[in-house]
Design a protein around this ligand. Structure first.
Ligand SMILES: CC(=O)[C@@H](O)[C@H](O)COP(=O)(O)O
Ligand SMILES: NCC(=O)COP(=O)(O)O
Length: 264
């Protein structure tokens, strides 16, 4: 496998989280997106949540006009979001599950349980002309169901592995997961999705350390990373934070996954 680094989609949601915390006009996720692109980001990702807790409609509208790479709109599979997507026409749409009360996205879409509804919804999303991605858990049944309903891309939820890989955390969740088991799910899931002909992306909870093992998995062509980059940017600056993530992704990709960890 070539050691070309995966594409980086920089998620600027949490720049908007800081802005919304005080109801100010700053910091502006639009400016952050431009800085990310200047630093080498391949894509800008935003999640327009139904409760508008961070990204606002105005952000998506301006980003559509200013992003020069690719705009990836994450959204719930609702009528309201479809209308916005048809108006905005992002380059890529990632369908994600959403719960109002969650602190952050807790799991992937259940394509298995919502097969018919999602298949019909995807057909309507195609009218936007966007590439369509489904955010799913590293679960073989979900991956097969995604291919079955015609997903071009799947973004595999890396959150459980990232929690398991966390050495220090202020939550107890990390201890519920086994690191190697979770990594193996990503390896096997990414391989399966690629075999089924889908482009494979990774996202959620990825930081400067755990990215090394995930980027080593050659089937992952794209990463969407937000919280860790925004957190680092608050201390070292946005462009540097993006460049350091790109370097870490390249390092991980170069190191590769040892064959003995690639269980079928
Ligand atoms: C779908 C996903 O993993 C990200 O978009 C994540 O949702 C970032 O935003 P939140 O922190 O609001 O969940
Ligand atoms: N889809 C995942 C994403 O866009 C960013 O998630 P996170 O890095 O903020 O956890």
């Amino acid at each position: 496998m070539p050691s070309i680094r995966p594409r980086l989609g920089v998620n600027v949601d949490h720049i908007a989280t800081i802005r919304q915390a005080r109801g100010t006009l700053y910091p502006d996720p639009v400016f952050a997106a431009s800085l990310a692109e200047l630093a080498g980001a391949d894509q800008i990702t935003v999640h327009l949540r139904e409760d508008r807790r961070h990204i606002q409609d105005r952000d998506v509208e301006i980003l559509r006009r200013t992003v020069t790479t690719r705009l990836n709109l994450e959204m719930a599979a609702t009528e309201e979001m479809l209308k916005i997507a048809l108006d905005i026409r992002p380059d890529m749409i990632t369908l994600v599950p959403e719960k109002r009360e969650e602190q952050t996205t807790e799991g992937g879409l259940s394509v298995v349980d919502n097969h018919k509804r999602l298949a019909e919804y995807i057909e309507r999303v195609r009218e936007t002309g966007a590439h369509i991605s489904l955010f799913i858990d590293p679960d073989l049944a979900q991956i097969e169901a995604s291919a079955d309903i015609g997903a071009e891309i799947v973004e595999i939820h890396t959150g459980d592995f990232c929690m398991a890989a966390a050495e220090f955390t202020n939550t107890k969740v990390s201890y519920e997961y086994d690191r190697d088991e979770e990594l193996n799910k990503l390896i096997v899931g990414a391989r399966k999705a690629a075999q089924l002909g889908m482009t494979v992306a990774a996202g959620h909870g990825i930081d400067y350390k755990n990215v090394l093992d995930i980027a080593a998995i050659p089937e992952f062509e794209e990463f969407n990373i937000g919280h860790a980059i925004v957190a680092r940017a608050s201390l070292v600056g946005f462009e540097r934070a993006v460049r350091e993530m790109i370097d870490a992704m390249q390092l991980g990709r170069n190191q590769g996954t040892p064959d003995e960890t690639r269980h079928a």
